[in-house]
Design a protein around this ligand. Sequence first.
Ligand SMILES: Cc1cc2nc3c(=O)[nH]c(=O)nc-3n(C[C@H](O)[C@H](O)[C@H](O)COP(=O)(O)OP(=O)(O)OC[C@H]3O[C@@H](n4cnc5c(N)ncnc54)[C@H](O)[C@@H]3O)c2cc1C
Ligand code: FES
Length: 248
Amino acid sequence: MKVYHSKVLENRLISTNIYKMTIEIDNLNNDIKPGQFFMLKTLDNSFLLPRPISVNEVGVNTVTFVYRIQGTGTKSISYVKLKDYIQATGPLGNGFDINLINGRVAIIGGGIGIAPLLYLTKCLKTTSDVYLGYKDEVYLVDEFRRYANKTVVVTENGGIGFKGFVTDYVDYNNYDIVITCGPEIMMNKIASKCRDLNIKCLVSLERRMACGLGACLGCTVETIYGNKRACKDGPIFAGEEILVQWRK
Ligand SMILES: Cc1cc2nc3c(=O)[nH]c(=O)nc-3n(C[C@H](O)[C@H](O)[C@H](O)COP(=O)(O)OP(=O)(O)OC[C@H]3O[C@@H](n4cnc5c(N)ncnc54)[C@H](O)[C@@H]3O)c2cc1C
Ligand code: FES
């Protein structure tokens, strides 16, 4: 992990309130695992805490993020102009261990939770079926199609792709492992289903984070093994490990 002051190579709107930002990071040596994140912060808003944003893509000396404007922090990041500099601390978190992801893989993303799953799909040693759930507008679909065996698009209003919830279009019995990132209600449903069917499940958990480094305990997650830190021990957890907190 390092603190970089990185040049912004792109920061553009790709859908309503959704931005894609690519920054330059030299000598990263392909050290980034899918599922890891950076704490991002603009250089002019020093009073704001950095915000955790997942790695969406990694290129030669570049890292790309896709983020949704949620509040003050992400809004300020969206104002960063081309060739400006941004503070990026990372890579952080455990990330996915791709050597342990084998067999028939389903990747299920919901909303902005789709963003970190692209680099995972690219890095996997096995092909995967990808299920993408959106409210109405879609993004990153062509990028997923580049790497996935099959890409299923579902929107709540049915305007694009299938209609309804993405979880209803997955035949879980076809898979050895299911990986998900998205709203907690969706991940809870998927983790429960996988537990019932005895299928391995990995979830990427979101928590509000202050330090991102494992120091403040602000991101504590209750697991069957006791409390863990989403930023340091996660954000990737086995689904059954954290079902305990979703059951409450
Ligand atoms: C490991 C990790 C990876 C992430 N990756 C991405 C990513 O790739 N793309 C992306 O768009 N977002 C991602 N997020 C979420 C992102 O960090 C938050 O949206 C951002 O920190 C919000 O900051 P803000 O200042 O814009 O909003 P704030 O002003 O801080 O908050 C605005 C509103 O959003 C709620 N909120 C803020 N953060 C969270 C949160 N983490 N969970 C639930 N509610 C929240 C607040 O309660 C408030 O109501 C990730 C979060 C984590 C923990
Ligand atoms: S955000 Fe500080 S310990 Fe996780």
